[in-house]
Design a protein around this ligand. Structure first.
Ligand code: THG
Length: 574
């Protein structure tokens, strides 16, 4: 079928559904929700068999849903309606939640139901639930709905009398609904409130006299203080006492009328106001090392997967500590939501000289990649439980083995960020795995690549695990089997590195890439700075990029344009 995605943006859920549908042979074209007129034009140009709205905030115009089926992906259980579905589920402490695929109609989210899938809730932020449980359930429910539609099936009307229809209409959540009462709220309550609004819009609060939104919260058991007071700081985070304990808060967004603001490490936002607050470690560590059955695991749970200069430095230090241990295998486990997305564009945007900070950040990323590549004492496994993008993907490729959870989405390209050339030794790492030709296609076409497709392309070695627990199991088995064969594998690894170094030194790849990056950061063309500004400040899209909006490409007829996803493109063209 020809499917048109109508979506606010090409977010991680849209990308996952795009990969699932193109992987099953459907043609998927994408149009961002810019205005009703633009949407009508897109539908006329595309003439889709089916419209799917993976992430849509506004109403689909009646002219469209009257004439053809539009499937809305709603992050709520059957019967749940309204724009703050997940927010309410988290704040209300629901034990089970779900995704419903319903047909667009006049009344928002009240149309007939094509499919739904439920999941047990987890104590995590809205963004984390969205990227994991919601995305998996949405993949199941959308595929079921699309198959049903293709087979000529029909949806069921919403029936409040059914026992599995437990949902109800809930309005948009307001700041008052989740405002924190620091004197009385216990840690669990504070966490639910902050998590219900994380990544967007954040809980509005006041910290040391500054109005700001809170994000990135984690429980602390050991530290105590007067409820509401900031009692410690650590690696950019602040610790604030609750009625029965404390919470770490990693990121803040200053609220200031008329001034553009974006999320930054809490300590950076508060600055001088933190004078006198002691640097003290606690329960929550964004970078954490553990050993199990003779294998070292390095976890790095960095907010939004962003690796700023300081984070890269701390991670490098932790890595150097890990390879001094008497183990043979190190697993780079990343975080639950992201493995890495490379440069921290928010920190760069906030710097006095974004160009200088970009330069420092890319060099810190490169130092980390080089340390991984140069390790001859250990076998290194990159285990991607969460998504990776841009430099984060290539950093992962610096390891000896790269594996991903089945549902992971990779964006192994830099171009979308104002035509960045990229570094992280990608000019060495990518062709080594996929060959020159495919390397050019992967970096050039700016499309997401699913874990299975990545394995077919040779970009990664393997993918397994339908959920986090299954993936962890598989990673442990792999790491332990590598440890058993370590002497032979390490000898091979050293020989290969020596051969490659003799052919072309790593330093040469780095120098060539950085020469290009220097032009991106300091050169005449400001594209990277403009794209970064738009990204950090969330400037609304004004058009859909042509690589996604197939129906807007001129020249060849729509059908020939492509849309089966990378793997088929490659086989078609080879
Ligand atoms: N039918 C049609 N279009 C749709 C849906 C539909 N577009 C997507 C939509 N479902 C997703 N669900 C909602 C439900 C309610 C609201 C928005 C999207 C809503 N919006 C408030 C408004 O428009 O005034 C603003 C809410 C806010 O502050 O965010 O209530 O089923 N045709």
């Amino acid at each position: 079928m020809r499917i048109l995605f109508l979506t606010h943006s090409f977010n991680s859920l849209s990308q996952r559904l795009y990969l699932e549908l193109t992987g099953r042979g459907h043609e998927v074209s994408v149009e961002f929700d810019i205005s009703d007129a633009v949407t009508l034009e897109a539908v006329a140009m595309c003439r889709p068999d089916l419209i799917v709205a993976p992430f849509l905030k506004r109403a689909i115009p009646e002219e469209i849903w009257r004439k053809q089926v539009c499937l809305i992906v709603h992050p709520g259980i059957r019967g749940d309606r309204g724009p703050s579905a997940l927010d309410w589920a988290i704040l209300n402490g629901e034990q089970e939640w779900g995704v419903t695929v319903l047909q667009a109609a006049a009344e928002m989210d009240a149309g007939d139901i094509w499919a739904s899938a439920n999941f047990p809730m987890r104590a995590a932020s809205k963004g984390s639930l969205y990227r994991n449980e919601v995305t998996e359930a949405a993949a199941v429910a959308v595929l079921e709905a699309v198959e049903k539609f293709e087979a000529g099936g029909s949806p069921e009307p919403l029936d409040d009398a059914r026992p599995d229809v437990r949902g109800q209409w809930r309005p948009a959540m307001r700041q008052e609904d989740r405002a924190i009462d620091w004197r009385n709220d216990d840690t669990a309550t504070v966490l639910r409130k902050i998590r219900s609004a994380d990544g967007f819009p954040g809980v509005l609060d006041e910290v040391l006299g500054m109005a700001c939104y809170l994000y990135d919260a984690h429980p602390e058991d050991g530290l105590r203080g007067v409820p509401g007071e900031v009692i410690a700081r650590c690696n950019g985070m602040i610790c604030r006492a609750t009625a029965d304990g404390a919470v770490w808060i990693g990121h803040l967004k200053k609220k200031q009328e008329g001034e553009p603001e974006f999320k930054l490490p809490a300590v950076q936002v508060l600055g001088e106001r933190l004078a006198g607050v002691a640097e003290t470690g606690g329960d929550w560590r964004d970078i954490r090392y553990e050993e199990k059955n003779g294998v070292g695991y390095l976890h790095f749970e960095l907010y939004n997967g962003a690796m700023g200069t300081a984070q890269c430095g701390r991670l490098l230090q932790a890595y150097q500590g890990a390879i001094r241990r008497d183990t043979k295998v190190i697993v780079l486990a990343g975080g639950a939501d992201f493995w890495s997305n490379g440069l921290d564009l928010n920190l760069i945007e906030a710097a006095d000289s974004p160009a200088d900070e970009s330069w420092r950040n890319i060099n810190a990323m490169n130092d980390l990649a080089r340390a991984i590549l140069a390790t001859d004492s250990h076998l290194i496994v990159s285990a991607l439980q969460g998504n990776a993008g841009a430099g984060g993907v290539f950093l992962a490729l610096a390891a000896d083995r790269v594996v991903a959870r089945e549902g992971v989405v990779l964006n192994p390209h830099y171009k979308a960020m104002g035509n960045l050339y990229g570094s992280e030794y990608w000019t060495y790492l990518l062709p080594r795995r996929v060959g020159e030709e495919r390397a050019g296609e992967i970096t050039g076409n700016r499309l997401p690549v699913g874990a299975r497709q990545a394995k077919e392309l040779g970009l990664i070695d393997d993918c397994f695990g339908s959920d986090a627990a299954g993936f962890r199991c598989g990673v442990e088995a792999l790491a332990e089997s590598l440890a058993a064969d370590a002497p032979a594998l390490l000898a091979e690894k050293r020989a290969e590195r020596r051969r490659d170094e003799a052919e072309k030194p790593l330093a040469a790849y780095r120098a060539e890439e950085l020469a290009q990056m220097k032009r991106n950061f300091y050169g005449f063309d400001p594209s990277y700075h403009v794209a970064r500004y738009n990204f950090v400040h969330k400037v609304p899209h004004s058009r859909t990029p042509r690589h996604l909006a197939l129906h807007r490409r001129i020249g060849s007829p729509y059908k020939k344009q492509f849309s089966h996803g990378l793997t088929q493109i490659y086989t078609d063209y080879q």
